[in-house]
Design a protein around this ligand. Structure first.
Ligand code: TRP
Length: 333
């Protein structure tokens, strides 16, 4: 049985790009009887990037409601909030004491922050960089090693963190004995990457995204606002474009081929967008209702997370005991 684990940082509102690139494939995989899946809200990681308490709290609610509304089954997937598992920060410390400082010096996110300071000719290359950012990969290693995950589905930007996790685990295993599974990153190149409203990759950092659960009318308006070229209604169009890619991400293969043909024949952008809207809306209509219902009852979400935490702690509590024993921390008699 393969263990698959992933975390979502709770700093933003889930958008269509997250849905197509991460949420939809993860929920599909969680239904595979040959995997044991763990999914968690990485709210301790969120504190690294965001110091706005309201935003952290709201995002945690929205992310949890989104996954549940889209069909994540908390009876099948262990679904929890990172901060509800006190063993994670404890393991983080133990791993911190096995992590070379030089390894952290090489982390892309940290290096990028130092470089930004240098480009601004700041006197201090570490200006504005917290120890949270610096040690980010160790907290992530603890998330993963705690549940002995084999596979960690992530975006390309997280691959280095998985390499670091393996490094840290290996060093621990070498010194204290085989305790940790060495996890592997899985970057799925086949999932669609959506383009945002401005033509760049849809991303919360560019603020160009279409939120997953806006009201139907707003969804339509936002799709209509997407940038296209200025070709007229009857001109043949190149399907090699973001709107077509987005259509494909929601359409069946037959619908996609049909649309490709209509691009070549010349289809008005307005028509493409209307049909794109209808397709997305059809897929999201029911989840949107469930989402709105869940957002009205945060106490239901809280209860689900509490159950998930209890299930996760059945694993993390005894495993942390084992790790503590391995390093020499245990009862004296
Ligand atoms: N760092 C991940 C991201 O920004 C989120 C995350 C935190 C994570 N802990 C994790 C992902 C453990 C996978 C496994 O996307």
């Amino acid at each position: 049985m393969k263990t698959v684990l992933t975390g979502i940082t709770t700093t933003g509102t889930p958008h269509l790009g997250n849905y197509v690139g991460a949420i939809r494939p993860a929920i599909a995989e969680s239904r595979d009887p040959n995997t044991r899946s763990f999914l968690f809200l990485a709210d301790l990681h969120a504190l690294i990037k965001c110091h706005d308490p309201k935003q952290i709290h709201q995002s945690t609610l929205e992310v949890a409601a989104s996954w549940l509304a889209l069909g994540l089954d908390p009876e099948v997937t262990t679904f929890y909030r990172q901060s509800d598992i006190p063993e994670i920060p404890q393991l983080t410390w133990i791993l911190t004491c096995m992590t070379a400082k030089g390894l952290m010096n090489r982390a892309h996110a940290y290096k990028a922050a130092v470089q930004a300071n240098e480009e601004e000719r700041s006197a201090d290359p570490d200006a504005g960089i917290t120890m949270g950012l610096y040690c980010y990969p160790i907290l992530m290693a603890a998330d993963i090693l705690m549940f002995n995950a084999h596979v960690v589905p992530v975006g390309k930007d997280q691959v280095q963190h998985l390499e670091m996790t393996r490094d840290i685990a290996q060093r621990f295993n070498h010194h204290y004995g085989e305790h940790f599974v060495l996890p592997e990153a899985r970057v799925d190149e086949s999932v669609a990457v959506l383009v945002g409203l401005d033509g760049r990759k849809m991303s919360k950092s560019y603020n160009n995204y279409i939120p997953l659960f806006v009201p139907q009318k707003t969804l339509r308006k936002m799709i209509m606002r997407m940038v296209t070229n200025s070709q007229g209604p009857d001109e043949p169009k190149d399907p090699n474009c973001p709107i077509f890619e987005m259509y494909r991400a929601f359409a069946t293969p037959e619908q996609t081929e049909d649309m490709r043909r209509r691009f070549h024949e010349g289809i008005a952008w307005g028509t493409v967008k209307q049909e794109l809207f209808e397709l997305i809306d059809a897929e999201l209509r029911e989840p949107r209702q469930r989402y709105e219902e869940l957002m009205r009852h945060p106490e239901h979400i809280e209860a689900i997370l509490q159950k998930g935490a209890a299930k996760a702690r059945e694993i993390s509590a005894p495993f942390l005991m084992r790790i503590k024993r391995a390093v020499g921390i245990s009862a004296l008699g």
